[in-house]
Write a protein that binds this ligand. Structure first.
Ligand code: TYD
Length: 139
């Protein structure tokens, strides 16, 4: 998959003086059915998350609070996306290395995932990820 497959998706926002409301329906607002939700919180200053890729998993990342950067790498190019609002999210396609950096204090990152957790779906080694990208791309 190429970096262009990854995109910011704006979510519905019901603005209200009592507080805003945003919702996400799988296969409607995001391009996959949601099988799992997880979130990262209590992240210490300077910590970096991510640093892996997935073979098949699709994900949608939302900043529920605070801000952070997601660095996407398709094996050829990288792109950095700053996340700091709860009314949009980042769709991350399969075969995409991601690093999460510059997490603000108190940030909460929610991730919607297309599959249940499966360690066999991970690339934990960047060189193996690159090798798989080259094999798939035939380059
Ligand atoms: P990991 O996906 O590496 O976290 P991050 O990308 O945010 O740095 O997961 C960290 C640990 O948590 C790892 O041991 C696997 C475990 N884990 C689960 O058991 N279930 C899950 O749904 C997720 C996302 C992680």
């Amino acid at each position: 998959m190429a970096l262009t497959d990854c995109k910011i998706i704006d979510l519905p926002k019901i603005s209200d003086p009592r507080g805003n409301l945003t919702f996400i329906e799988g296969d409607r607002h995001i391009p996959f059915d949601i099988k799992r939700v997880y979130y990262l919180y209590d992240i210490p200053g300077g910590a970096e998350r991510g640093a892996h890729g997935h073979r098949k998993l699709e994900q949608f990342i939302v900043s529920m609070s605070g801000s952070f950067d997601v660095i996407l790498d398709d094996g050829y190019q990288t792109r950095t996306i700053h996340m700091n609002r709860s009314y949009y999210g980042l769709y991350v396609s399969p075969m995409m290395w991601r690093d999460i950096t510059n997490v603000s204090s108190g940030a909460v990152l929610m991730v919607l995932a297309s599959e249940v957790y499966d360690e066999n779906d991970y690339f934990r080694d960047y060189d193996l990820f690159l090798q798989a990208v080259r094999e798939k791309g035939g380059v």
